[in-house]
Design a binder for this molecule. Structure first.
Ligand SMILES: C[S@@+](CC[C@H](N)C(=O)[O-])C[C@H]1O[C@@H](n2cnc3c(N)ncnc32)[C@H](O)[C@@H]1O
Length: 233
């Protein structure tokens, strides 16, 4: 019998940054628990049973690696009929997001404070109708390119969780990331719908902290839109 649990995964990013402010510690203590999706971690759901989507009202959207959460909260506020999930393991980013949720008063947003692959284990197949990947970690060294999100390890489980026709948006400031995205996303079961450079962001785009940093440092944004193919790839 095959082991239903995926083997232990490597996560190479940062979990903690600089010391949290007292207010951020309060947000984590008070708000993180109620907003965290149950049944996602291995501790909470060792058999990796599919999540009950009873919490979701309307279409379900996912943001991978939301950073400080500005785009995620903006999307939640602009789309009250949609339920959004954000996945992010970086505690300082999660604390920033929680502060923004309080400020915006949105109630259609849920979190997985960890690796998005935990969600891929337990989300029902075909449940996501839009997915955002904004400024994923670039892993610039060639020997680290296999750590990028746009590799089959991430893309195949993602494709399985997306409904036919669902939209997958990728924003990046790294030309070689654009190259790898264009090479690796279509074979995972997606069609390229649109690509644009600086000034060509989606109409409902909200610029993120990493995009602002990229612009300050002279790097140009790229915006890529894919659609999940009808037949399972
Ligand atoms: C370069 S930052 C960009 C943050 C934000 N999207 C923005 O545009 O400002 C990439 C983020 O992806 C997160 N990340 C990396 N791997 C992840 C994973 N496997 N699951 C969820 N988030 C991940 C990192 O912790 C980091 O916060």
């Amino acid at each position: 019998m095959t082991d239903p649990l995926p083997t232990q995964r490597n996560f190479y990013g940062r979990i903690r940054g600089k010391t949290l402010r007292a207010s951020q510690k309060d947000y984590l203590a008070e708000d993180l628990g109620p907003l965290t999706l149950r049944g996602v971690t291995r501790e909470d759901n060792p058999s990796r049973s599919p999540l009950d989507l009873g919490f979701a009202k309307g279409p379900l959207w996912l943001e991978v690696g939301f950073g400080g959460g500005e785009h995620l909260v903006h999307m939640a506020a602009a789309n009250p009929g949609v339920t959004l999930i954000g996945a992010e393991p970086f505690v300082n980013g999660i604390a920033m997001l929680l502060g923004k949720i309080r400020g915006a008063g949105v109630a259609n947003l849920w979190l997985h404070p960890g690796d998005v692959r935990d969600l891929f284990d337990v989300l029902p197949d075909g449940c996501l109708s839009k997915v955002f990947l904004n400024y994923p970690d670039p892993w610039p060294k060639a020997r680290h390119h296999r750590r990028r999100f746009v590799t089959p390890e991430y893309l195949l489980p993602l494709a399985l969780k997306m409904a036919p026709g669902a939209e997958f948006r990728v924003a990046t400031d790294i030309p070689d990331y654009v190259r790898q995205t264009l090479e690796e996303v279509p074979p995972a079961g997606f069609d390229l719908v649109h690509q644009a450079g600086e000034g060509g962001a989606w109409d409902d785009w909200l610029s993120t902290r990493y995009e602002q940093k990229a612009l300050r440092e002279g790097r140009a944004p790229h915006y890529l839109t894919f659609r999940r193919c009808d037949q399972k790839g």
